[in-house]
Write a protein that binds this ligand. Structure first.
Ligand code: NAD
Ligand code: MG
Ligand code: MG
Ligand code: MG
Ligand code: MG
Length: 343
């Protein structure tokens, strides 16, 4: 085992007095927002959630026992403003909160897109930080409630007070990230690796691989149900093994036949052509081409996004998957499915 050349920070590395007497405005109550707001509040931090008047999330905030105000009022009151509205609306929301930022306040993000690509230009007299759990928000909340943590990243873009890092670590502690471990990075590194990862491997790459495998089997005359199980359902079992013990644990758990077949065929599929495309996708992230495309797409009312989303939602694998998942549900889901079937 080689040592990591990165420092990992845990609970003991965070000084909670940096945040205990501060007010945090959490803007947005979606995936990350609801988790940050509730974890902070349960950790004893004063929280006000910022949502537009008429936002459908306002009742959820109140039901969860938290204060709610407009983004502008919340930001004006707070010492730390955590910007957890969707990346595409952050620049507009920022314009409404800018005047509420006082010298020494902190503008905080969970992803670096708008700072890194200059869509938000923060005033010079505030700290600009990032605390980014490396996980969907519902797990950030669920892990915290279970007494566990979610790994996270901390980055400092602007350190006006000299205390930006300590305060960000304190926030990471309060949402449970230091229970699992926190790594320091930069806005550039977080933004570029996050975009590349979700495009090439996690979201884009894996769904394309699954769909192509599914289509290959179905086109060859195999049943869509079999193709669904083989190419999509079993993926979870394989990924769980990789998550627990890396590729080694997965290779060890599958049959020798699967191991030889996979080792001898994998590189044929993900070949030099795919590597070159990945390099191009990375370049588009690095030189801002992707960011410009996504910003323009939003300004135009998302025409391509809508089309792509529709094609994905109506793909045969989705039609086949829904009833199958009900039939083969297990645990609590199975009881629910059985009840639904009996209705
Ligand atoms: P989301 O889409 O789940 O929720 C955003 C919330 O913002 C909505 O629920 C709503 O309450 C509010 N909102 C939406 N439009 C608004 C508007 N026009 N004005 C004011 N409020 C509005 O967002 P998310 O996925 O939690 O993403 C928030 C940030 O966290 C982003 O920067 C994202 O990149 C980052 N992040 C997300 C995840 C994740 O798993 N979802 C993981 C790490 C980082
Ligand atoms: Mg303020
Ligand atoms: Mg501050
Ligand atoms: Mg992302
Ligand atoms: Mg098999």
């Amino acid at each position: 085992m080689t040592d990591l050349d990165t420092t990992v920070y845990y609970d003991d590395d965070a000084d909670r007095s940096q945040i205990d007497d501060k007010t945090v405005a959490v803007l947005g109550y979606g995936s990350q927002g609801h988790a940050h707001a509730q974890n902070l509040s349960d950790s004893g931090v004063d929280v006000v959630v910022g949502l537009r008047k008429g936002s459908s999330s306002r009742s959820a905030v109140k039901a969860d026992g938290l204060r709610v105000a407009t983004p502008a009022a919340a930001a004006a009151e707070a010492d730390i403003v955590s910007v957890l509205v969707p990346d595409s609306v952050q620049p507009t929301v920022f314009e409404t909160i800018r005047d509420g930022l006082e010298p020494g306040d902190t503008l905080q993000f969970a992803h670096g897109f708008n700072i890194h690509y200059n869509q938000i230009r923060p005033p010079e007299d505030v700290d600009v930080t990032m605390v980014a759990p490396k996980s969907p928000g519902h797990l950030v909340r669920r892990n915290y409630e279970a007494g566990q943590g979610t790994p996270g990243l901390v980055a400092i873009y602007q350190d006006e007070t000299g205390e930006a890092f300590d305060e960000a670590m304190s926030y990471a502690h309060a949402i449970g990230c230091t229970r699992a471990g926190v790594i320091e990075t930069t806005f550039r590194e977080e933004t570029e690796t996050d975009l590349f990862g979700e495009q090439a491997v996690l979201c884009g790459g894996v769904t394309a691989l699954v769909k192509t495998g599914f289509e290959t089997l179905v086109d060859a005359g195999y049943s869509p149900e079999m193709a669904y199980f083989e190419c999509l359902n079993e993926l979870k079992l394989i990924v769980d093994l990789m998550y627990e013990g890396g590729h080694a644990e997965m290779w060890q758990s599958v049959s020798d036949t699967a191991e030889y077949g996979g080792l001898s065929r994998g590189d044929r599929l993900i070949d030099e052509h795919v590597r070159e495309e990945m390099e191009e996708v990375l370049e588009e992230v690095q030189d801002g081409t992707f960011a410009r495309e996504w910003i323009t797409e939003n300004q135009a009312g998302r025409p391509s996004y809508t089309q792509l989303k529709h094609a994905e939602e109506t793909h045969q694998i989705e039609q086949v998957g829904e009833p199958l998942r009900d039939l083969f549900a297990w645990g609590d889901d199975k009881e629910e499915a059985a009840e639904a079937a009996a209705d």
